[in-house]
Design a protein around this ligand. Structure first.
Ligand code: SF4
Ligand code: ZN
Length: 263
């Protein structure tokens, strides 16, 4: 198995994995989406809510704010020593006290732990008009995307890496093939059709359909996948991949242990 990082920013990572089966790629994607723990507000105790937004809607909005957290400091409530009752290892208090007129943003949230804070500044939460007041104490905790979308770590997609072969092409058709591709995969160079960006190909097959004499042949590589991971949580995209791989490994270990007990 080989991995090559193609692009990386603070919120996205694109990488190539080769030497794996579709089932592996599918499992990795599923785990990244639904089993990587992330931090989100779960309960809100409103002391004052003079805003135009009802408590339930406001609590829902607060739950969607992606929060960073120290991975070494927090447990999932179901795995915490407190048995899920709530303690400093599985919960953190987040408070807010603001008076209008003003817009309340995600970075106005005051956290009881400096590692837990909004991952994106200036997410508009609610506008307070006149002397409207908002005051609450919320409880954030780790959760999984399969329990609620607010704990989803990332949006993840993958595709088979295309293998693109160009054969002899009549020069008068070169530009036609360059123009037909919606993803800018080809360019013409010195009278030849050159594949400049194969990763960008989305296997739409418009070019092969226009190839009357098999000028272009494209086949999806069955053991090589291009992954796109966009974090929508407080975790960095590379952390999400790493944690998902660890979870997949521990699931296999558990499976092996269970198998040994089978007589
Ligand atoms: S299959 Fe579609 S995206 Fe890929 S090279 Fe051909 S036209 Fe471009
Ligand atoms: Zn606990």
């Amino acid at each position: 198995m080989e991995i090559e990082v193609l692009e990386k920013t603070n919120s996205k990572i694109k990488f190539l994995v080769s030497g794996v089966k579709t089932s592996f790629a599918g499992s990795l994607r599923r785990i990244m989406i639904s089993e990587v723990p992330t931090m989100a507000i779960e309960w809100v105790d409103f002391k004052k809510n003079g805003s135009a937004m009802p408590d339930e809607i406001l609590a829902n909005r607060l739950g969607q704010v992606p929060l960073t957290y120290d991975r070494k400091a927090y447990n999932l409530p179901s795995e915490c020593k407190c048995g899920g009752k709530g303690c400093s290892r599985c919960q953190v208090k987040i408070s807010l006290k603001k008076k209008g007129p003003r817009m309340v943003h995600s970075d106005n949230l005051k956290s009881g732990d400096k590692s837990v804070k909004t991952a994106i500044e200036k997410i508009a939460i609610v506008e307070l008009f006149g002397d409207q007041e908002l005051q609450f104490v919320a409880t954030a905790q780790l959760g999984l995307g399969r329990e609620h979308a607010k704990w989803k770590a990332a949006v993840v997609g993958y595709k088979n890496m295309p293998k693109i072969k160009t054969n002899e092409i009549d020069k008068k058709y070169l530009e036609k093939f360059v123009d037909i591709c919606p993803r800018g995969v080809f360019k013409s160079n010195n009278g030849r059709l050159v594949v400049k960006d194969p990763v960008n190909c989305n296997l739409c097959m418009q070019c092969t359909e226009a190839s009357k004499k098999d000028e272009i042949q494209i086949t999806p590589m069955e053991d090589t996948f291009v992954f796109n991971v966009e974090s929508i949580s407080g975790l960095k995209p590379e952390e999400i991949v790493f944690i998902a791989a660890k979870i997949l490994g521990s699931k296999m270990e558990e499976f092996k242990k269970a198998l040994k007990k089978v007589k």
